[in-house]
Design a protein around this ligand. Sequence first.
Ligand SMILES: [Zn+2]
Length: 212
Amino acid sequence: MNVFEAVKQSVTTRQAAEHFGIRVGRNEMCVCPFHADKHPSMKVDRRFHCFGCQADGDVIDFVSRLEAVSPKEAALMLAQAFSVPYEDKEPPRRRKPRQETPEQQFRRMERYCFRVLCEYRNQLGRWKRDYAPKAPEDDWNPLFVEALQKQDYVDYLLDTLLSPDMEERAALIASYGKEVRTIERRMAELEAGAAAGRDGGHRSRAAAPERP
Ligand SMILES: [Zn+2]
């Protein structure tokens, strides 16, 4: 039984009204909280009905309107106040897909690291080609330097990620996961920068030195 059914079955509107401090007379009449009522014109039993303003509904409608909360919040409020047991089917169903097993988490990190490192490796290849100094006296572009420095290192990380030894892969992810995130962020920034000024920055510096 869900919380709505359970509350409606266990708590009358009269009990709820009294719980929220509304005085109910012997004939189950009370002053209506939903209009400026001088004489009790609301009847509260299992449900409620006001003969003045025609407000009408069940215990959940009553509390929802009285406390200005959603019907679900009202039901939960009542379930707690009156210790009504209920089965909540929704949270487990919603939580399940979110909760990854350590195994799934590991696989996801593995795929993530592999994807980022592959992209980075391709990027290094492009830098090495595009930013290579054209003449011996040219300054080396920092991206060209990075390509030279990092290519072997990234190859090593990718090889390790392809290793059949799971412990080795797990150790790599544990020690380099953070660095992989940094690489991903940096590539995103570079890409945003490149999109902002296609012909500015490194590209023109790399293309400019055509002098003899
Ligand atoms: Zn009323």
